[in-house]
Design a protein around this ligand. Structure first.
Ligand code: FES
Length: 79
């Protein structure tokens, strides 16, 4: 789906740029050329950015929990 019609930028291009390290609107603007004209794409770009960064943080936390967990999980007691 096109997010920035002025520059012809899709949501996937934005997600790829975020995955490559563009973690704020300025970085996306510099690398993709998004939001350089009318600015109508700023709101949607911020939404995608927030969503991707939240997913990235959750994935990082999950990995950290798996890596740092050394004890076996407690067994549930039968009632
Ligand atoms: S839609 Fe992105 S600058 Fe116009």
């Amino acid at each position: 789906m096109y997010v920035c019609v002025c520059a012809g930028i899709t949501d996937q291009q934005i997600r790829d740029a975020i995955a490559s390290g563009d973690h704020n609107l300025r970085a996306l603007r510099d690398s993709l050329g998004i939001a350089h004209s009318c600015g109508m794409c700023v709101k949607d770009t911020r939404q995608i950015l927030d969503e991707e960064l939240r997913l990235k943080a959750a994935a990082s936390l999950a990995t950290e929990l798996v890596v740092t967990r050394t004890e076996p999980m407690p067994q549930k007691q039968a009632a």
